[in-house]
Write a protein that binds this ligand. Structure first.
Ligand code: A2P
Length: 335
């Protein structure tokens, strides 16, 4: 039995922060002291954890004293500012932002894929982008049997990816539309209720947006496959929570569909959800609150003998963020 681990959650009042709390409570995590950190906006607010009232503190240098692990989910600029300070104070930071993910000496980990990378950190471990985690868990078991050459992926990303306030905004927008009013957008760039738009992350020089390039670069890093070809199209859809992805995989030679189903049905972190009689396949509503990524509609690509098509849904806040971070913390404890 390991010694109790003192944990700080940076961004404790956010959507991922709230899920981190739920996971620390529901999993058999050897928790010692718990600190809840956020911005001055929510300092002093109270959160109930395991039946006890905990007070949210403003993040500060002193806040990291005596902390073993920081679970950070307060955005990239906050992580860039505070992660080095937390590491200096002796903590290991598991960071949910994109701030450190592509730094070569920072491990980027999905525990079902590259757990060994957790042994080699310098204080910061990065939690990958949510769409990358969900796709990676689903396709890694196939990649183990036959290396994937090329991935064409389209995402259907929920409001939760933009945080708790974006989720609230979609509800308010929906209500406005039902009341024949014009929906207002403040957190997201455009109204999302009854609408969709290409992902709102900044565009890069190659005309892909940053979210899309995260899927390219992070998948290559996690899979240790620098030549893997990935072309994503990321889209925000008016779903509150849980992302979906249509994934086309190209291999060197044909991949038997039934074999792919068997592999997915036995792989860790995924659940095969297919009822071809009823035309029932993964839906975000079914993935919400679940640890596993739901995978289905596995079928031969009729345009390419070496291609497979699949569809997946995964809880963006849970496996796409908080759960993956807690699993990394558990790896550290096991190591
Ligand atoms: P706060 O509630 O004080 O704004 P989400 O991604 O769901 O929007 O949540 C973001 C989380 O990050 C919240 O807990 C938020 O705290 C926190 N946060 C945002 N900016 C800062 C900051 N500058 N310092 C500390 N925490 C921050």
């Amino acid at each position: 039995m390991s010694k109790p681990i003192n944990v700080a959650i940076l961004g404790a009042t956010g959507a991922v922060g709230q899920e981190l709390l739920e996971l620390l409570e529901s999993r058999n995590f050897p928790l010692g002291k718990l600190k809840l950190l956020a911005s001055p906006r929510s300092a002093g607010s109270e959160i109930i954890f395991k039946g006890e009232k905990l007070v949210v503190e403003v993040v500060s240098e002193e806040a990291f004293q005596d902390v073993d692990i920081v679970l950070a989910s307060a955005g990239g600029s906050t992580s860039k500012q505070w992660a080095p300070i937390a590491v200096k104070a002796g903590a290991v930071v598991i960071d949910n932002s994109s701030a450190f993910r592509m730094i070569p000496e920072v491990p980027l980990i999905v525990p079902e894929i590259n757990p060994e990378a957790a042994k080699n950190h310098h204080g910061i471990i990065a939690n990958p982008n949510c769409t990358t985690i969900l796709m990676g868990v689903a396709i890694w078991p196939l990649h183990q049997i036959q290396p994937i050459k090329r991935i064409v992926v389209s995402t259907y990303q929920s409001a939760s990816g933009a945080g708790a306030r974006a989720m609230e905004e979609v509800k308010v927008q929906s209500q406005a539309i039902l009341n024949n009013q014009i929906p207002q957008a403040e957190i997201l760039p455009y109204p999302l209720a009854f609408n969709l738009f290409p992902h709102n992350s900044p565009l890069t020089d190659n005309s892909y947006c940053e979210e899309e390039m995260k899927m390219v670069n992070e998948t290559r890093k996690i899979f240790n496959a620098p030549d893997l070809l990935v072309t994503p199209t990321c889209v925000r859809v008016p779903v509150l929570r849980a992302h979906s992805e249509a994934v086309n995989l190209e291999f060197e030679k044909p991949f038997d569909v039934q074999k792919a189903r068997d592999i997915i049905s036995k792989a860790p972190g995924v659940e095969l959800v297919e009822d071809w009689q009823k035309n029932y396949f993964p839906m975000p509503i079914d993935a919400t609150g679940k640890d596993d990524v739901l995978v289905g509609r596995i079928r031969q690509d009729i345009s390419n003998p070496n291609g497979l098509e699949l569809w997946l849904c995964g809880d963006q806040i849970r496996k796409g963020a908080a759960l993956n971070a807690v699993q990394i913390a558990e790896l550290l404890i096991d190591n």
